[in-house]
Write a protein of this length. Structure first.
Ligand SMILES: NC(=O)c1ccc[n+]([C@@H]2O[C@H](COP(=O)([O-])OP(=O)(O)OC[C@H]3O[C@@H](n4cnc5c(N)ncnc54)[C@H](OP(=O)(O)O)[C@@H]3O)[C@@H](O)[C@H]2O)c1
Length: 252
């Protein structure tokens, strides 16, 4: 059975990716950051889909925690699947913080840099020995880096997601020697808990974003989770080094 590590799988896009991978026969290591309960809810959702998942804590902002995370991954693989490696790594965990350029603090800049770029970089480095030859990596980026829009407040977030898209290309080249494919998925506005659960707190946000989307609505987590699962599958075996916007045509 192929096994995937999905970071930020306790909510939204990561949870959907975990469930949709499970529906396609994958085992899943689902990471959570602030909410163990939501991590366990993902495990339950995977089990309802007929699959098997393990929830592990991971803070992408703390690289010093990565060796312990790797140890926990190795133990979970052995205990749960009798396995020693994974087929896929989905670098999805993240958070959004916005501020106008003139008001952006170094604290915000450094915090987002650790979580959105440094974290995925060094987590991938730490886990690379566990990823099988011929495996796959998917990085969740953002339409803030791919669409023509440059929404005020997103200068740090969008720049870091752009950095992750460029990093995707470099990873794809270096890891190709082992047959590992690396691609980026850039979601458009998607109804998740991102931004302190902004879509639930401010439901009026959705309508203008839907109007700016060619297909006429905002995204749902399953729209993105399906694309991640598809990129992980063998059907996508000849796709590497690509950034694919999955947004229903946001700002088209
Ligand atoms: N929703 C959108 O409109 C949208 C658009 C473009 C890109 N994205 C990207 O999609 C990815 C998933 O976000 P989402 O929309 O599904 O939001 P979400 O519902 O808030 O889920 C975010 C996930 O990331 C985890 N996380 C937060 N901080 C973390 C940290 N420091 N270390 C490790 N994990 C952390 C969360 O864990 P806990 O809940 O346990 O804290 C949660 O599992 C993010 O990279 C986001 O930037 C989202």
């Amino acid at each position: 059975m192929p096994i995937a590590i999905v970071t930020g799988a306790s909510s939204g896009i990561g949870r959907s990716a975990a469930v949709q991978l499970a529906e396609r026969g994958w085992g899943v290591i689902a990471t959570y950051a602030g909410s163990r309960d939501r991590g366990l809810e993902t495990v339950a959702a995977v089990e309802r889909a007929g699959g098997k998942a393990v929830a592990l804590p991971l803070d992408l902002g703390r690289t010093e925690g990565f060796p312990e995370f790797k140890r926990q991954v190795i133990a979970a693989l052995a205990d749960t699947w009798g396995a020693t490696g994974v087929t896929a790594l989905v670098n999805n965990g993240g958070r959004a913080r916005m501020a106008p350029f003139a008001e952006t603090t170094e604290e915000l800049f450094d915090d987002l840099t650790r979580v959105l770029l440094k974290g995925p970089y060094f987590l991938t480095q730490a886990l690379l020995p566990l990823i099988e030859d011929g495996g796959v990596i998917v990085n969740t980026t953002s339409s803030s880096a791919t669409s023509s829009e440059a929404a005020p407040g997103y200068s740090v977030y969008g720049s870091l997601k752009g950095g992750l898209i460029v990093l995707t290309r470099f990873m794809a080249k270096e890891f190709s020697a082992r047959g590992i494919r690396v691609n980026a998925i850039a979601p458009g506005p998607t109804r998740t808990r991102l931004g302190d659960n902004a879509f639930e707190r401010f439901p009026e946000l959705a309508e203008p974003l839907a109007r700016a989307t060619a297909l006429g609505r905002i995204g749902e987590p399953d729209d993105i989770g399906a694309a991640i699962a598809a990129l992980c599958s063998d059907e996508s075996r000849w796709i590497t080094a690509q950034s694919i916007e999955v947004s229903g045509g946001y700002q088209l």
